[in-house]
Structures are given as structure tokens and as C-alpha cells.
Design a protein around this ligand. Structure first.
Ligand code: RB5
Length: 155
């Protein structure tokens, strides 16, 4: 399993904890930055990780910012990405089982390191259930194809 990891400055400390955990587990990963505490913009790191997950260079992505919200919103703009912000373990497995989430987003200012590690482990070990959930995920994918230009019909 290959994992793409990224954060902004507000998620850097938690990302380091997660990276140590991935190393301990012997999981293959790449850190797409940020690498310093200098203030930066979370969409830049969301894009790097999301594009690499979309292109199947990595199986999953893990993104961290202050809340997990901004970085997940940005990642979800990339076609094929289903980024889920999780602050509890139920959401971590449900996001995989029901939504086939391919990026986990975490908020360093929201979850502590112990809970974050549990969320990461549960997210990475849970499997998409398919079945009725596949149809719904397909509908999410279909939304990506909707024409938004003038004359497009979105309802
Ligand atoms: C940075 O201050 C903060 O806004 C960012 O990390 C994130 O929480 C945005 O959603």
C-alpha cells in the first residue's frame, strides 16, 4: 500500500506523528510537504496529494491542516477524489465502507495524536463494501461530469 501525505503549516506536527506511525508500520509513503512551520496555503498541498491519488501513483492520501476542512475541500475539487474529514473512528471506517473515500483529512487543532493514529489505522484497513454504495459513489462521479457552462442543465 502506497500513501501520499501532505499538510499545511497548521497540520505539520500531526503529519510528523502520522509519518512516524507509517514508518513503524513499514508502510510506503511520500511526504509532499509542507516541510517547515512557515505559513503556507493548504490548497497547494491538497492538489499535490490529490493529483497523485487520482493518477493512481498512490492508493490513498492523508492530508492534515488546522481543521481538515480547507484541505479536504481543495482535494475534492480534483476529479476522482473523495476526501473525507474524520474526527472519530466511526467516520473513519464508514468513509471507506460506504463512500470509498480515497483521501483521509485530519485537523490538528481538532483531534489529538492518539485519536488521529486510530483514525488512520481504521481508515487504511477498512474496505469499500460496494453493492448499494457503488451506485451512490457512481452518482458522485456523475456529478463531476455535469456541464456548468451557460445552457448546462444541472437539475
Ligand atoms: C490555517 O491557519 C488554517 O486556516 C488551515 O490550516 C485550515 O484549518 C483551513 O481549513
Amino acid at each position: 500500500m502506497k500513501i501520499a501525505v501532505g499538510s499545511d503549516h497548521a497540520g505539520l506536527s500531526l503529519k510528523k506523528v502520522i509519518i512516524s506511525h507509517l514508518e513503524q508500520k513499514g508502510l510506503e509513503f511520500k511526504d509532499f510537504g509542507t516541510y517547515t512551520e512557515d505559513s503556507c496555503d493548504y490548497p497547494d498541498y491538497a492538489e499535490k496529494v490529490a493529483v497523485n491519488v487520482r493518477d493512481k501513483n498512490f492508493d490513498f492520501g492523508i492530508l492534515v491542516c488546522g481543521t481538515g476542512i480547507g484541505i479536504s475541500i481543495a482535494a475534492n475539487k480534483v476529479e476522482g477524489i473523495r476526501a473525507a474529514v474524520c474526527a472519530d473512528t466511526f467516520s473513519a471506517h464508514a468513509s471507506r465502507e460506504h463512500n470509498d473515500a480515497n483521501i483521509l483529512a485530519l485537523g490538528e487543532r481538532v483531534v489529538g495524536p492518539g485519536l488521529a493514529i486510530d483514525i488512520v489505522d481504521i481508515f487504511l484497513s477498512s474496505k469499500f463494501e460496494g453493492g448499494r454504495h457503488q451506485k451512490r459513489v457512481d452518482k458522485i462521479t456523475a456529478i463531476e461530469k455535469i456541464r456548468n457552462d451557460f445552457g448546462g442543465k444541472n437539475e
